[in-house]
Design a binder for this molecule. Sequence first.
Ligand SMILES: Cc1cc2nc3c(=O)[nH]c(=O)nc-3n(C[C@H](O)[C@H](O)[C@H](O)COP(=O)(O)O)c2cc1C
Length: 358
Amino acid sequence: MTLPRFGVWAPVHGSRAAHHDPDEPDDASWARNRALVLEAEALGFDAVLVAQHTVNPYDDARDQLETWTATAALAALTRRIELIAAIKPGLFHPVVLAKMALQIEHISEGRFALNLVNAWNATEFEAAGLPFPEHDARYAYGAEWIGLVSRLMRGERVSHEGRHFRVSGLQLRPADPWRARPRIYLGGESEPARALVAAEGDVWFINGQPLDAVRGLIADAAARPRGDLPPLRFGLSAFVIARETDEEAEAEHARLLALADGDAGLRAASRTRVDPAVVMIRTMAQARAVGTNGGTAAGLVGSYATVAARLAAFHAAGVVLFMLQFQPFEAEMRRCAERVRPLLGARTLPSSAASGIV
Ligand SMILES: Cc1cc2nc3c(=O)[nH]c(=O)nc-3n(C[C@H](O)[C@H](O)[C@H](O)COP(=O)(O)O)c2cc1C
């Protein structure tokens, strides 16, 4: 069996578990993101996910990194790591976005991917005067949108007359010389999310949750028709707390949960912006966990051996990429690279530019 790949979430809106942590200043700056991604690459991480929010989802007075410009810059600075930029279809016209994606594919020499997310933060759209249709209508828009983006990224000459877009005999050059097109991830759990990833995606990102739930989601998605596409692959978001012993890791989890309780006001404000139809939010409300997108609900809390064993179990269930969060991010990311990853089969760093991409 192939080895799993490991990625990190860029701190685009600062800390992932708690925003008032004496060990980690809440820092969403470009300088911090740049340094963190360069270090992740040097440590052997395979991918970075740059989430997309135009304004900070917790508090619009806080900083927020811009995804696509930052990813283009990271593409020029890095050599091996896969760069995954999130995109909410309602924010960009598909022709403009496909052009940007192909440009970053060129800057990175074949290491670019987009993560299609259909958005939950209604306020972000409404404050900008942008339409925010209801949940399933957003997915219908996203389906037409990604169909166009996918064909344009393949270099096809596209003519299209649909409900939302009209394109006449348009093709983008230069095309992708490394592969058919940049990779397409999708994050979202609802029925239309599953249908869309099966029809158009390469990798489905699942929110962190227990192994049995993840097995069920993978079975559901893997059974869906794929047309000409190769089998769907699976990524898992999770927050890792690893220590010498299970007890030490549990104590650290309790400390972070208590710190996160101090953010109750920020989280309550963020909940007022949420579309209640979003399945992800319902999944996450069920667990007492730290981190976003499931976080510690995936159970990656324990001794180095415990965490490695749970990662191996998820991998055996079909997860090929773990998209990880930590706090304090830099120190815990190093610890994971040095203490947990080698237990799953150490890999020497590939030397050529794009060899980390499989
Ligand atoms: C791995 C992952 C990454 C995500 N990244 C973002 C993001 O960058 N911005 C955002 O607004 N939502 C993000 N989301 C949340 C999706 O927008 C959310 O799940 C969406 O509203 C789909 O809803 P659904 O779960 O009802 O299908 C992400 C979800 C996952 C699983």
